[in-house]
Design a protein around this ligand. Structure first.
Ligand code: FAD
Length: 547
């Protein structure tokens, strides 16, 4: 992963083949994509604080792991210091590094992790587990005023599928496996986990569990909380293990306590997860709805019906306009937004500025997919929508892991962009959407900037859905993070005021922790704090996150 942005070196977003994007961005946030870009600093220009690793701790860690797996180079320490939120990226580009880890360790197995944690606790140091480093909630950074030594524990060497119980559809997988690693190993035996977050290429099983992640096919496979059936977790002085059973009534769920614990309750070393046979057929179809309200109502009707699609997603009109603006000159959406189709929609009385693009995914046997498509077709049509076939869905499916590169491209050109997502009951969803758009627009006005907020519904449940907002604006004079805070806070406060949760799948970290009392009540905060202090009385495990 690049130290300054998303993904691998040499891969970047480009608008050269997307002729509508520059005019669109100029119009909505007043940023000129053709102006010269400001590249991030060279790594050598960063002002990297010296490591405070003591000789004693270094010796103890090297004794456990071997010296080559105890690394204090500047690059390793910087890469492990942050996640990938806008705040992280702006800070790292400005060389605002503060309390980065003093050392990064790379254990090979659980036994070594037990010994590393023993050494860390004995030295009264801090240990921060690191999966892929893709979180966007400030979950990895040590507190700025941390005076103890900080050890980042990278789980990358624990990347194996250990066993598959084929009769039960359960796989025992090491926590450091990144998405592509584990899907490849499962795929070789005909299985899939079915967990595909947008960050799939650079995030790990342990990170997904520690942040309660969701994937784009979670409507079918479940969120990681549903998928995870058992865990092994190394804690100070002990190892927690739960049983791989489908369901249990043995008291408050310890498994649930670990889900979303962001390293504060120990190092997850492996999990037993439910896996599925790779589906015979998989297709993502595109649909248009005349407006957001009818589109969302259709998603609700689908979730209440016998249809069980793997993806239910609809963009609001602003996000639909953005999707059209990113289309390539000769392929993709343009083919589907042909003049013939536009004529049909106009004839139906559609206001094309209000039109919303939706993707519905289907997986299973040929017959199952055919039946699902038929059920959904009727619901779409009852809500005034029309199907536009496989083209846009196939394009979305191919490009989904490239989208994250766009934020660095915008940042190079002076635009600040980030996301906030929530979930709420169906009855609260539309008011929450309206309030959030209104509050974001007020925040842009307060800053005196031209901003854009767009949204899609990304997951549907029986009782409600996830709304995922993306906002962008041109950075004004002064501190970009202070400007970002104005917009981000307005959006998060709107979630709280509108009966939503702080985050549907990006966790809490430090980014959302100040609203935790609103989200789970002060009694809830006390319970969580109590559990943390019993498991980790010395506050050695990733302190300062969640509560
Ligand atoms: P890290 O960032 O390395 O760590 C996150 C937290 O988990 C830290 O507190 C860390 O200490 C802890 N942790 C990591 N591994 C362990 C372990 N083994 N034991 C104990 N604690 C551990 N999230 C989604 O859910 N769905 C998405 O679609 C999605 N899309 C994204 C797109 C982009 C472009 C970006 C930047 C992020 C996205 N995210 C998404 C957020 C992020 O990918 C998730 O939060 C992911 O689950 C983090 O996993 P990771 O392995 O990168 O964890």
């Amino acid at each position: 992963m690049k130290w300054w942005g998303w993904g691998v070196d040499g891969v970047a977003f480009s608008h050269d083949d997307k002729p509508s994007l520059a005019p669109f961005v100029q119009k909505v946030i007043d940023v000129d994509l053709n102006a010269p870009a400001v590249a991030p600093l060279a790594f050598e220009e960063l002002d990297v604080p010296a490591s405070q690793l003591s000789e004693d701790l270094e010796k103890a860690l090297s004794g456990v792991l071997g010296a080559e797996y105890v690394v204090s180079t500047d690059l390793d320490r910087v890469v492990h210091a942050f996640g990938k939120s806008l705040r992280d990226l702006v800070r790292i580009r400005a060389s605002d590094l503060r309390r980065i880890p003093d050392v990064v360790v790379y254990p090979a197995n659980e036994e070594q992790i037990v010994a590393v944690l023993d050494a860390v606790v004995a030295a009264d140091a801090v240990l921060i587990p690191f999966g892929g480093g893709s979180n966007i909630a400030g979950s990895l950074e040590a507190p700025a005023d941390e005076t103890r030594q900080v050890v980042s524990l990278d789980l990358g060497r624990l990347n194996k599928v250990l066993a598959i119980d084929e009769e039960s559809g359960l796989a025992q997988i090491q926590a450091g496996a990144l998405g592509p690693d584990l899907e490849q190993q499962l795929g070789e035996r005909g299985w899939t986990l079915g967990h595909f977050p947008d960050s799939f290429t650079h995030s790990s099983l342990g990170g997904w569990i520690a942040t309660r992640s969701s994937g784009m096919q979670s409507d079918k496979y479940g969120d990681i909380a549903d998928i995870t059936k058992a865990l092994r977790v190394v804690q100070p002085g002990r190892t927690l293990a739960t049983r791989a059973v489908p369901v249990t009534s043995t008291g408050p769920s310890v498994r649930e306590m670990i889900l979303g614990s962001e390293g504060r309750l120990g190092v997850i070393t492996e999990a037993t997860v439910q896996v599925h046979r790779k589906p015979a057929k998989r297709v993502v179809l595109g649909y248009f709805f005349p407006d957001w309200k009818r589109g969302v109502a259709a998603m609700r009707a689908i979730s209440a019906s016998d249809a069980t699609p793997s993806i239910t997603r609809i963009s609001d009109a602003r996000e639909t306009a953005f999707s059209f603006a990113t289309r390539k000159s000769s392929k993709g959406f343009s083919k589907f937004m042909s003049s013939a189709l536009i004529a049909v929609l106009k004839k139906r009385g559609w206001d094309l500025d209000q039109m919303c693009l939706s993707f519905i995914g289907y997986e299973g046997s040929e017959e199952h997919v055919a039946r699902q498509r038929k059920l959904v077709k009727k619901i779409v049509s009852d809500h005034g929508g029309i199907g536009v076939g496989e083209g846009p869905g196939a394009l979305y499916d191919q490009k989904k892991f490239d989208t994250p590169y766009i934020r660095d491209f915008l940042l190079d050109r002076g635009a600040l962009a980030d996301v906030s997502e929530t979930s709420a009951a169906w009855s609260k969803l539309m008011p929450l959407y309206d309030t959030t758009v209104e509050r974001a627009n007020k925040a842009f006005a307060q800053l005196g900037v031209k901003g854009y907020i767009m949204c899609h519904l990304s997951h549907s449940y029986h009782s409600g859905a996830c709304l995922y907002f993306t906002f962008a604006f041109k950075a004004g004079e002064g501190d970009p993070i202070a400007q970002y805070d104005v917009v981000k806070s307005a959006v998060q406060q709107s979630f709280i005021d509108s009966a939503g949760t702080l985050s549907h799948h990006h966790a809490v970290g430090t980014e959302h922790s100040r609203w935790m009392g609103d989200d789970i009540s002060e009694a809830g905060v006390q319970m969580v704090s109590g559990i943390f202090s019993v498991v980790d009385p010395g506050r050695n495990l990733n302190p300062g996150k969640i509560v």
